[in-house]
Design a protein around this ligand. Structure first.
Ligand code: SF4
Length: 149
């Protein structure tokens, strides 16, 4: 197992939400590693994470990751489709200051959970994805945090 995971903050928030709503992590058709990283995180709260704003360990095996490190997927749920790379970069750019974290900082998963817990409720206003019900996200985050902390 890797001793240091490299992850986008919002990808970790998605995992916490998913863990709150569901017990199992299942592979995604894109082939990305969210299910594997989720299992590592929930069973190793003290694992270290480098927080980045870019393609991460979840993206590495994804069919949408280009050789130049950019994502070529598109968010189709908006009226005007938006590049997922731009959407992700913009979302994580907001999350770093909101969570009072610096890009490229290294903390444990448990430390990240505590920081998120201090911003919940509230964080769902920033991290809910387009067309995602904010209350559903908040409920998932709260349940996930209570299981993990
Ligand atoms: S951000 Fe793009 S490359 Fe990364 S997992 Fe999602 S779809 Fe794949």
């Amino acid at each position: 197992m890797k001793e240091l995971l490299i992850l986008r903050p919002h990808h970790i928030l998605d995992i916490i939400r998913n863990y709150g709503h569901f017990e199992k992590f299942t592979p995604h058709p894109y082939g990305h590693a969210q299910h594997r990283i989720s299992e590592i995180l929930v069973s190793n709260p003290n694992i270290k994470i480098k927080l980045i704003n870019g393609s991460d360990d979840i993206c590495t095996p994804c069919k949408h990751l280009l050789l130049n490190g950019f994502c070529n997927d598109v968010l189709h749920q908006l009226e005007v489709p938006v590049s997922k790379q731009e959407y992700n970069d913009s979302l994580d750019k907001k999350l770093f200051p909101y969570l009072n974290l610096k890009e490229n900082s290294i903390i444990t998963f448990k430390e990240f959970l505590k920081i998120v817990n201090n911003k919940t409720p509230g964080i769902e206003e920033i991290c809910s994805h387009p067309k995602e019900d904010k209350n559903f996200r908040l409920e998932g985050l709260k349940k996930g945090l209570s299981k993990l902390l």
